[in-house]
Design a protein around this ligand. Sequence first.
Ligand code: FAD
Length: 379
Amino acid sequence: MNPSERIREHYRALAEATVAKRAADCYREGRLDRESWQRLADEGLWRLSMPAQYGGDGGTWWDFIAAFEGIAIGGRDLGFNLSLVAHAGLLRSTLIYLSPQQLERYLPPLISGAVGATALTEPQGGSDVARVRTCATRVRNGFIIDGQKDHITHGPVADLALVLGRLPEIGDRDISLFLVDMTAPGVERGEVEDMIGNRSSPTGPFRLSQVALPADALVGCPGNGLQIIYDTISLDRLLYGVLAAAYLEPILTDTLQYARERIAFKYPIIDYQYVQGRLTDLQMAIDTTRAVSYRALEALLQEDPQANMLCSIAKYQGAENLRTGTEHAFRVMGHLGYMRGPVAQQLIDAYGTLIAGGTAEMQRKNIFNQMLHTQGAVV
Ligand SMILES: Cc1cc2nc3c(=O)[nH]c(=O)nc-3n(C[C@H](O)[C@H](O)[C@H](O)COP(=O)(O)OP(=O)(O)OC[C@H]3O[C@@H](n4cnc5c(N)ncnc54)[C@H](O)[C@@H]3O)c2cc1C
């Protein structure tokens, strides 16, 4: 299956008229473009892949992906799309793991413009999520939760957060997931972090101090937190691949145009093989990343046992190809690429994808473990 051209084009034009217009201001000010976020929600972005019984359009994640690609191409703000990834992962988890009663409560705001976060990382580290220290205790009407989360996309601005924490009373396998209303008493949002890139995707810490959660804040079964989070993260991971391919498309167009117009040694630089090599590498980065990401989505939707591995491959390839692809553009531009501006910013933003959503090393580790698990599956 392929994403709908009609949906992609609709959201491309919309993002060009909204996200792209405010991207530079939001980047400078380190804030999420809430206006575009709301506009996209009003337009139906989050309803595209939601079942009709919950107010959605009854489509699939392919429809969301078409829109997501359109926003990456028209908006040209990697950070804004990273924000969309964070929200999409949360939506997928809620859809799969919440009961119909929970969905009635939590889903409507999430598809109408609320901002979601998925909070795993803590001050002691992000890769080894099983070391999480955030801790909940059961009380008569629900839970009380305490903890500190760091480097969370939307941490300083989210309305609702999916929080990984422990529930020690259930024994050793106690890692569980909770939905936290970020406006509840005891939630203290930190300052937006001073990251070197993706500054339009506000990322930062928050602290939970004796926050009272209702009983229906528990997602899935107690103790199933890690399994649910790996599932959530699978969609996030392949979205990095989809994003890389879409985001590089207009970069390739710009770079081709520049190479045609820039003259050196009497000829346009596009005539030189070393430059052509950079351009062909960019084209191949787009096509290979897109192919593996689409394959990963197909596998995820069909519950194929290889889905987890393919999602990690999509994430790994997406982040690496984004880094090398933006670097090709940067180098073809010569000194102009090194000036403060969009070409240098693209490269700096791309580096963030090597860390966010799990580092490149952790993707390799996951791919290797999955290879062993599926007994030498060929990829
Ligand atoms: C833009 C951005 C957005 C983010 N958004 C979120 C978010 O929404 N939610 C969230 O929970 N977190 C988020 N993070 C945090 C991110 O998930 C973590 O930074 C990441 O998981 C790495 O954790 P760490 O920084 O603590 O590095 P560490 O875990 O301390 O790792 C340090 C280095 O050691 C390597 N390493 C660690 N263990 C191994 C191993 N077993 N084998 C090989 N190498 C290893 C790592 O790959 C890395 O290179 C975000 C980060 C960024 C940059």
